[in-house]
Design a binder for this molecule. Sequence first.
Ligand code: G3I
Length: 349
Amino acid sequence: MGATATAAAQSQTGETLRKAGDDKNLLIGTAVSYAQLQDPGFTRVLADQAGVVVSENDMKWGPLRPTATTFDFKRADALVAFATAHGEKIRGHNLCWHEMLPSWFKTEANSGNAADLLKHHIETVVARYAGKIQSWDVVNEAINVKDGRPDGLRNSPWLQLIGPNYIEIAFRTARAADPNALLTYNDYDLAQDSPAHEAKRKAVLALLSSLKDKDVPVQALGIQSHLAAAANGSYSWTGYQTFVRDIEALGLQIFITELDVDDRALPGDISRRDAGVAKLYHSYLTTALQHPSVKAVLTWGLTDKGTWLTHFLPRADGLPQRPLPLDSDLSPTPVFRAMLDCIHAAPRR
Ligand code: G3I
């Protein structure tokens, strides 16, 4: 991929997502993998299109922590170096999550040392990138209503080993290590109108409210926005609108952190499928970007090649999913146009 695809990944007027976002003071960007950073064709497009980047996996505990006493920053450093060289902002993802923990965690972490392990990890990682990170996902996916607790907290290893105040510990430790990064709570299933999403919104709101009451330094909510296309193409955002206003009332910013669309309910035919995916992007971003508290939109990948959805939520027909603004040849899909149109229509931040 070279200049041709770079040119293709622009609107007819040569406009990029990054530039359209800049004009509205809105951060537009994407998750990136270390493997993608080795591909010069991809990195040219990435530099053009993304005003903000986030590592898809390389700042998680698993990749960063080969052992309980060591860190491996090679892949995370590569993204920070790339973004810095291209004037892109960086989101850090993530400091505390129940998934992608290193294999040693199960045998070496216990209730006697878990709080110290968590603090030491956050102090080390956040201090290393202090001054370079726009926002950190400090705690990721701490709510899981299905686990049945009255507070909605997920029965995660962190909860089991430390108790509910692990969240507060994580935020306070991150703040001490970098006074300037915006500290974010990040979660999924918060966007669509359904009873499950409504229950999750309620629990996340209660969590954030209680953190604010305790002066825990949380400053933003990351609404991941892994959306699912509906066969009938009909969408409503009633619960979301109320939720966004409630979050604003807590004084928090909002970042759309992991936007993509699961297209399993759509037909295999590429033009009908792409139109269906773009329709959902358009509907969602039109609603979300009306709110000036929404300061950033990151898709979970820039190109369909390598999207997690193809492996984690495979289509019944075996075709790869097409959830992102560029296809696997780095040519723009209708999602690209839908994103540009929604950014143009958004009020300036
Ligand atoms: O790196 C190994 C590789 O060495 C090995 O050969 C291969 C074999 O399966 O696995 C590779 O690791 C995989 C890694 O992605 C990199 O591709 C892991 O098994 C796989 O579990 C991991 O999945 C990631 C998942 O988070 C779990 O960490 C996905 O790429 C990533 O897109 C996904 O992202 C999450 C966000 O962090 C949080 N929100 C939901 C989102 C989607 O699930």
